[in-house]
Design a protein around this ligand. Structure first.
Ligand SMILES: [Zn+2]
Length: 340
């Protein structure tokens, strides 16, 4: 998943996901009207995400970026403190409903109430703007992850039970709603099936995230790490790296020089070197920077949160610059299965 930055607003980078190009292509084929409708839709989504982000920032949460996907927006932020989760979630849909109400009143004042019927023949951009805000606001209140309603609903449940059980229950309810949506979609509109699928998968992701963090609570990296695997030296050949990966059955191996961890080699790095050059090419020419290290005493749940956000697949545990152990991303998830 990669995107490109189109600009900054309030100091927050705004990115378009690469799949967004499809939507733009559609707009070019569809002509000016479709193009303007898409601009209104994404302007509305952007407004919704900025309200989330600015309120989150007000509570001290750092915002990485806002990314626009064809199905909506995503604010990438560091972990939201639980006491602010409700406020940060609810302001998104609320801001759309308030804007819809303002547009309604404005239209009434100018003599015509906006309608929800938008056809391309008799297109009113004001009607479209009103409808999109009303639908986006209402849709996001549906209690299903990753919609804001899922978070709001979990917060309400968490008043009566622990956070993990509240997540479990709200994910189940969201997935049940997704099945209903898929059923309706099968009859009326295949696009709904796509949204239902997205909701179903996101629910599973949220569940894994929360139960993994719960299972890791109170443990340190030293508690969960494995022994250091065999290591490469910068002067080893790329062929040595390939053979080692096959030996240890990992797609990533560490590079150590004078006892200090200097880099890692991924399977992609090896395959980027042509087979006949692997005996002569050296590890030092292809290795990557170490994505992340942790101290033995680092809390495991915080490290897990970071590697999830930054999509890192391995963390080395380092003491006085010397690597003493490793935790792969799957190890975190394995722990959950063992302890629940
Ligand atoms: Zn939202």
């Amino acid at each position: 998943m990669w995107g490109f930055t189109i600009g900054r607003l309030f100091g927050i980078p705004v990115k378009l996901d690469v799949t967004f190009l499809l939507v733009l292509a559609l707009a070019l084929i569809g002509g000016v009207q479709v193009f303007l409708l898409i601009i209104i839709l994404f302007g509305t989504v952007l407004y919704h995400e900025f309200v989330h982000s600015l309120v989150a920032r007000h509570y001290g949460v750092r915002i990485e970026a806002i990314t626009l996907f064809p199905l909506g927006g995503l604010s990438q932020m560091e972990e939201i403190p639980r006491e602010y989760e409700l406020r940060i979630a609810i302001v998104g849909p609320l801001s759309n409903l308030i804007l819809a109400a303002v547009l309604y009143v404005a239209a009434m004042a100018s003599g015509s109430a906006p309608t929800m019927t938008v056809t391309l023949d008799s297109l009113s951009y004001l009607d479209a703007f009103f409808s999109i805000n009303l639908v986006l606001g209402a849709f996001n209140l549906v209690p299903a992850f990753p919609l804001d309603g899922g978070r709001i609903f979990r917060h309400l449940l968490a008043q009566r039970m622990d956070y993990t059980s509240a997540t479990k229950m709200s994910v189940r309810i969201g997935q049940a709603l997704a099945l209903v949506l898929a059923f309706i979609g099968a009859i009326y509109n295949w696009f709904l099936i796509l949204i239902a699928f997205f909701i179903f998968i996101s629910g599973m992701g949220e569940m894994t995230l929360v139960s993994t963090k719960e299972a890791l609570k109170g443990r340190t990296m030293a508690d969960i790490m494995r022994e250091m695997p065999p290591v490469l030296s910068p002067d080893d050949t790329v062929e040595d790296a390939r053979a080692m990966m096959e030996d240890v059955k990992e797609h990533v191996v560490p590079v150590v020089s004078d006892g200090i961890l200097v880099g890692i080699v991924h399977a992609d790095d090896v395959s980027s070197v042509k087979p006949f050059l692997r005996e002569s090419a050296r590890v030092k020419d292809i290795y990557d920077d170490v994505p992340m290290t942790a101290q033995p005493a680092s809390p495991a749940d915080e490290i897990f949160q970071t590697i999830e956000q930054k999509r890192i697949d391995v963390v080395y545990v380092v003491e006085d610059s010397m690597p003493i152990g490793v935790v792969y991303k799957r190890d975190f998830e394995l722990l959950t299965t063992l302890s629940t």
